[in-house]
Design a protein around this ligand. Structure first.
Ligand code: NDP
Length: 482
């Protein structure tokens, strides 16, 4: 075991204390590049979940009374610690998630920025006073912390999905219990330790790894002391949590699945579109909810685009993320690799042409080659699935209206990308697409200062920007005369 991994506390972090699960249960964490177990982590029980809520509730009154400046200072120190310890954190992320070194460093910069941005946002008092239309009354609207918040995060961005929730929650004055994904609990545990060092009082941030996610999260959502759930993950689990949250009428933020179209109009700069496609598809090895999932390319430029993309994808170096020269790491686990390989096999059998890739290399780890499929049929089931891996299916359209119709032909509406040489045409197309985030002539859209979230079944609410802080605040209106 590396020194960095060996030093991470692997128990539950509840009320500022590290403790084993109430029944002693633990689970293994594996390195996707080798399949080897790298750590054993405490697996929280329903009893531990109740204890974590009690700790967050116990710390809530004092935390909401701290000055915004004090909360901002904690977040600023946490930002500084993440920045200073970037190498150490990158190793943890690479080892537990499999992503490339560059992707881990990119994630960490993004993740730390949420602490900095919300540290700055904590001291911007929002609220207002206005006259009622009749002129004789005042309307005061104030914001206050929503209360104890349960945060549930996925494995694909173990740091950024956690800080994107923790930072606005703490800035708003809420205390939290974070349930990280079981594939990647180590980063969250290290972040908990760093937040304590940054001055977060005991009980403000509790971290509860657990293989028993249904039981632990279910217990917390049923606890009347909890007032908020913020979830990032699959639409399927999000739907279940919404049902559970309905019992206590919890405030809900849901960042769910995506199926992003990448639309290349006939007048696009094809070289720029290929570069953007590489980022939109291959950032995080394709394991991103905003990853370009369907390449919709005008038929006059489709061949050129697919050939150039295949050339760039074929040149990417596949290998363990700890070797900093590699561009693409393994996917998260064997099941994910089999699912991706099956989708590509079925698509090829249905007539798609494999321009590059399409294989699982022999040897240890869950690697899958960067793959481009051309001439994918509009009815191919591949286009309905979130691929979550390094596979780019290219299909064609003939008119702008058809491109929009195809782009919107999904129950998801998280991200989309549009390439066009004409700004007005590009913007018109962006506005016609039902997605919460659209990149216009850009493959990289994530920004802590921008509102991130989905339409349709991709979710509810926004993270990042002032919108993200409002998710952890509620409004009180005071009717007053003076
Ligand atoms: P899951 O929905 O399976 O898991 C997400 C989290 O929910 C994990 O912490 C998991 O715990 C937990 N969980 C799983 N089942 C339950 C349950 N029954 N009750 C309570 N919690 C549960 O998604 P993945 O982790 O597999 O992530 C991939 C999915 O997440 C993709 O669909 C992707 O699009 C989406 N995603 C969305 C993002 C967004 O911002 N919109 C960002 C990143 C991913 P455990 O690991 O222990 O099972």
């Amino acid at each position: 075991m590396s020194d960095v991994i060996a030093k991470i506390p692997t128990d539950l972090s509840i009320g500022g204390r590290w403790q084993p699960a109430s029944d002693g249960a633990r689970f293994d964490v594996a390195d996707p590049a080798t399949g080897e177990v790298i750590a054993s982590v405490a697996s929280g029980s329903a009893e531990d979940a109740t204890a974590a809520v009690a700790a967050a509730d116990g710390a809530a009154a004092a935390w909401r009374e701290t000055s915004p400046r004090e909360r901002a200072d904690v977040l600023r120190r946490a930002y500084q610690a993440m920045t200073d310890r970037q190498e150490e954190l990158a190793e943890v992320i690479v080892r537990e998630s499999g992503k490339s070194w560059n992707d881990a460093v990119g994630e960490l910069k993004y993740a730390a920025e949420f602490y900095r941005w919300y540290g700055e946002e904590a001291v911007r008092a929002i609220g207002g006073i206005s006259h009622a239309p009749a002129g004789d009354k005042r309307i005061l609207s104030l914001h206050r912390p929503v209360g104890v918040s349960v945060l549930v995060t996925p494995w694909n961005f173990p740091a950024a999905m956690a800080t994107r929730k923790i930072a606005p929650a703490l800035a708003a004055g809420c205390t939290v219990v974070l349930k990280p994904a079981s594939d990647t609990p180590l980063t969250a545990l290290l972040l908990a330790e760093m937040l304590t060092e940054a001055g977060a009082p005991d009980g403000v941030v509790n971290v509860l790894p657990s293989r028993r996610s249904g039981a632990t999260v279910g217990t917390m959502l049923a606890d009347p002391r909890v007032r908020k759930v913020s979830f990032t993950g699959s639409t399927e689990v999000g739907r279940m949590l919404l049902e559970q949250a309905a019992q206590q009428i919890l405030n809900c933020s849901m960042e769910l699945g995506g199926n992003a179209p990448f639309v290349v109009l006939a007048d696009a700069d094809i070289d720029a579109a290929v570069e953007g496609a590489l980022v939109a598809k291959m950032r995080n090895g394709g394991e991103s909810c905003i990853a370009a999932n369907r390449f919709l390319v005008h038929d006059s430029v489709a061949q050129e685009f697919a050939d150039k993309l295949a050339q760039r994808m074929g040149a990417l170096k596949l290998g363990p993320g700890m070797d900093r020269g590699n561009d693409v790491g393994p996917v998260i686990n064997e099941g994910a690799r089999e699912e991706i390989a099956g989708m590509v096999r079925d698509s090829a059998a249905a007539g798609a042409k494999v321009l590059v890739g399409g294989n699982s290399p022999a040897g240890p780890g869950w690697f899958y080659e960067p793959t481009v499929l051309a001439r994918v049929d509009h009815d191919d089931p591949l286009l309905d699935h979130e691929i979550f891996g390094p596979v780019a299916p290219v299909t064609t359209f003939t008119t702008e209206d058809q491109a929009i119709e195809l782009a919107n032909d999904t129950e998801f509406g998280l991200a989309a990308y549009v390439y066009s040489g004409d700004l007005a045409r590009g913007l018109r197309t962006c506005e016609a697409i039902e997605a919460g985030i659209v990149g216009l002539n850009r493959g990289f859209v994530s920004d802590p200062a921008a509102p991130f979230g989905g339409m349709k079944q991709s979710g509810l609410g926004r993270e990042g920007a002032q919108d993200g802080m409002l998710e952890f605040l509620e409004t009180q209106y005071i009717a007053a005369d003076w």
